[in-house]
Design a protein. Structure first.
Length: 160
């Protein structure tokens, strides 16, 4: 006999997502306070370009209408972190731009220097997860995580 567990009245998935995004906020806050990345640390941050509160230049939204990934490595400036999200200056084709990204819009955070990654489940209008196009901002690409040993994937599906 297989019993179906009852629907939870506690939104565990939302609570976990919020807590994991707080990890991103704390890391970015520490980098902002230090005004530099320590050691070989660098970040790939993937986010939904159409999410509420996201403010990126129109030419980037045209190129990445759903999701994009930025790199925080050597060439970024004015990293400012708030409770709701962060803003950062990046260069795209040697043109300086400022991006404002709420934590709620983030779908992925990777620090390849230490093989650490967080993935947040974001459903498209069709109901399935989507992959991000790389934004190709000016810092060079780093090696991807090979073994995924420190990847935390959160994939909750609610029964309706």
């Amino acid at each position: 006999m297989t019993e179906t567990p009852p629907d939870s009245l506690i939104p565990y998935d939302e609570i976990v997502q919020e807590a994991l995004r707080a990890v991103v906020g704390r890391v970015l806050s520490e980098v902002s306070d230090a005004e530099d990345l320590p050691g070989q640390h660098h970040f790939y941050i993937t986010f939904k370009t159409q999410a509420p509160g996201v403010d990126v230049p129109n030419h980037l939204i045209e190129r990445f209408p759903d999701e994009m990934t930025i790199v925080l490595q050597k060439r970024f400036w004015d990293l400012t972190v708030t409770e709701e999200g962060f803003s950062v200056g990046l260069s795209f084709n040697e043109m300086p731009q400022t991006l404002i990204i709420p934590f709620a819009a983030i779908t992925g955070f990777v620090d390849p220097a230490v093989n650490f990654a967080l993935q947040f489940q974001a459903l498209s209008e069709g109901g399935g997860p989507e992959t991000a196009d790389h934004a190709e901002n000016d810092p060079p690409e780093a090696e991807p995580i090979e073994d995924g040993s420190n990847v935390v994937a959160v994939d909750f599906k609610r029964k309706k």
